[in-house]
Design a binder for this molecule. Sequence first.
Ligand code: FMN
Length: 308
Amino acid sequence: MSPSVSLSVQLGRLTLANPVLVASGTFGYAKEMSSLIPLERLGGIVPKTITREPRVGNAPPRTVEVTAGLLNAIGLDNDGIDSFLSEKLPYLRTLRTPIIVSVAGRTAAEFEWMAQQLDGVSGVAAIELNISCPNVSGGIDFGTNATTCEKVVAGVRKTCQLPCFVKLTPNVTSVAEMARAAEAGGADAVALINTVLGMSVDWRQRSTRLGNGMGGFSGPAIKPIALRMVYQVAQAVKIPIIGMGGITTIDDAMEFFVCGATAIQVGTANFFHPTATMEILDALPAAVASLGATRLTEIVGTLAFPHK
Ligand SMILES: Cc1cc2nc3c(=O)[nH]c(=O)nc-3n(C[C@H](O)[C@H](O)[C@H](O)COP(=O)(O)O)c2cc1C
């Protein structure tokens, strides 16, 4: 019999039945994955980031496999918010799983406008501000400047009642500083990490393998970076952390929880092992119980470090 362990978590104003979510850009708009796993078991779904206008994205090739990970430069290819509301949301709102809509704007005003469009819309449980996509040029880099980060979050909070998560980039000197800025702006939670800026090169051709040249590195290889950043952010802010970066197994997930993540998102693993989230969920009660806890929240941030 599986032990009786409470998996429910609170991410600011949003309560989730369990802490296992899927990461933006790695799960389409959920319908694509519905034949592979029972979507209602997920703690939450973050669909592919949407923008105000449709975007065609970057030149191909857009993905390339590298050692222990994936490099991508999709360039936020999406059909825009109007199409999301009319074509994708009607299906998403039928799911008994909270939908956290990921949005990206080129300006603070555009972030606010998009948040307003989603405010009060049936089927939208929260928004995730993608201030951290490494594959798009133009616009202000909200994810790497603490002042503009705080401003954009505060602007969204003023115009929108939805719980607001802020997705942070690892491509900064101090991720803790960015997390503090998101918290000061009024974020309900921070989500980290987005992809690590990288490159893959074919030396014989003297060319880059991605059409865009550089791209975002994800998958098992980035887990140590993500764990370090989740730990640092947990020391810096009081708001909950949604941890991600390379999570594939129950052990990966537990490492993030003890480092300070209240919830996790599974990303690249959805491509090479689509049932990873279900296996993590199945194993979670026993793993939590093995630490002598009856609630998942009891183990969050309990890493014994520095060693005494
Ligand atoms: C192909 C691909 C597309 C992605 N698209 C998005 C996106 O649209 N918005 C976003 O916030 N993150 C996007 N990400 C980043 C993931 O959500 C996640 O932050 C990152 O991949 C690290 O987690 P992982 O190692 O488990 O994949 C994308 C990642 C991949 C691999």
